[in-house]
Design a binder for this molecule. Structure first.
Ligand code: NDP
Ligand code: GDR
Length: 351
């Protein structure tokens, strides 16, 4: 592989996508700088394997303490580094939580993008910018959704993402910045946060099998999502910044499945009947729901040459196998086989 001698700055490196993106860029030869929040307990578990390699192998990864709410710190970092590419993945990213903390979500998930874009505009307009936009912006608009589909956000989180999305377009048009938005549909992995529905289910199943948990308490099972595999989606982010012109792209699988279907096939994979284990609690329902999301990815396929490989069923198996291993059990193994088959030379660490 040709080594790319570039510098990237990532916000949100400790999250699911940030950790995979850092591994992807480092595997390509990039020097990676990243923003990390100070926490009273460790928040680096997803990147600990990388941190270990900094000392052992001289991995060119540098962490900077800071927060997207602190514009001065963001400006200082960008002025000092003058990176080639900036990937803004940091966010208060939980839709249900955004109803509890709407102003905070607006500040970080929305205005956070302004702070970075302003720093780039004032520092060096050649710096390329990636904005993590979301299918949640489509909200109640009927599927399938593509780059031309109208937005109808249904949560404070989605409203904040719409703001950041339009601001990214505005800085592209007003200041000629190389600013792109990836409108990514739901994507999951063994590194998915534990309070998002897929991981809650796969982790719950492993705990039930291990006798540590009796069942799962859930919310709305009728919602349908277009679920893909995170490592493939961070590749799309990188591809967007390698194009000749900045643009926005929808990234997804083109298939949607309900939360109920995910439960059924996931419990079925381990030989259990989901209905015996699931109860409901109002706290997991949302004041307004997004019913159905299906990505129309024709533009990304045609212009980026991007296509997903991992299917819905395969994703679920990869996640359950990993959660079983994490709890000390022998995995069923189909998920591990799928990964070994599709990605024999994968660039990310084993989950
Ligand atoms: P995660 O929730 O896993 O990660 C979010 C990251 O943002 C974490 O590193 C978190 O740090 C960091 N962060 C949160 N608040 C702040 C703050 N105030 N200052 C600095 N950093 C902060 O998200 P994902 O990896 O799943 O998603 C990445 C991005 O893509 C997010 O912007 C998300 O909204 C968006 N997105 C995600 C999709 C998905 O399906 N995963 C789909 C479409 C868009 P810490 O670890 O300290 O909490
Ligand atoms: P979403 O993901 O809101 O689509 O946002 P999440 O996994 O939280 O919810 C998906 C659907 O499942 C329903 N649901 C539950 N959700 C959670 N979290 N917990 C439950 O117990 C539960 N029961 C049912 C939800 O109501 C919803 O319909 C994710 C985030 O990663 C965003 O940051 C990102 O922008 C979008 O995906 C695309």
């Amino acid at each position: 592989m040709i080594r790319i001698d570039k510098t990237a700055f990532i916000t949100g490196i400790t999250g699911q996508d940030g950790s995979y993106l850092a591994e992807l860029l480092l595997s390509k030869g990039y020097t990676v700088h990243a923003l990390v929040r100070r926490a009273s307990t460790s928040n680096t578990s997803r990147i600990d394997p990388l941190l270990q390699k900094i000392d052992e192998q001289g991995l060119p990864l540098y962490l900077h303490l800071g927060d997207l709410s602190d514009g001065e710190q963001i400006s200082n970092i960008i002025f000092n580094l003058k990176p080639d590419e900036v990937y803004n993945l940091a966010a208060q990213s939980h839709v249900r939580v955004s109803y509890d903390c709407p102003a905070y979500t607006g500040d970080v998930t929305g205005i956070g993008a302004t702070r970075i874009l302003e720093a780039i505009r004032n520092c060096d307009k050649e710096i390329k910018y990636y904005q993590a936009s979301s299918s949640e912006m489509f909200g109640s608009t009927r599927p399938p959704q593509n780059e031309m589909t109208a937005f109808h956000p249904r949560s404070p989180y989605a409203c904040a993402k719409v703001y950041a999305h339009y601001l990214t377009q505005n800085y592209r048009e007003s200041y000629n910045l190389f600013a792109c938005s990836g409108i990514l549909f739901n994507h999951e992995s063994p590194r998915r946060g534990e309070n998002f529905v897929t991981r809650k289910i796969t982790r719950g199943i492993a705990s039930i099998l291990a006798g540590r948990q009796r069942g799962l308490v859930m919310g709305n099972l009728d919602a349908k999502r277009d679920w893909g595999y995170s490592p493939e989606y961070v590749q799309a982010m990188w591809m967007m910044l390698q194009q000749d012109k900045p643009d926005d792209y929808v990234i997804g699988t083109g298939e949607s499945h309900s939360v109920r279907e995910f439960l059924e096939i996931a419990f079925d994979y381990v030989g259990l009947d989901w209905q015996k284990y699931v109860t409901f609690d109002q706290k997991f329902f949302r004041p307004a729901e997004v019913d159905d999301l299906i990505a129309d990815t024709r533009k990304a396929e045609a212009q980026l040459g991007w296509k997903p490989n991992v299917t819905f069923q395969e994703l679920m198996k990869i996640m359950i196998d990993s959660d079983m291993r994490a709890i000390g059990m022998e995995p069923i193994g189909e998920g591990d086989d799928i990964l070994a088959h599709i990605y024999p030379d994968r660039w990310w660490a084993v989950d």
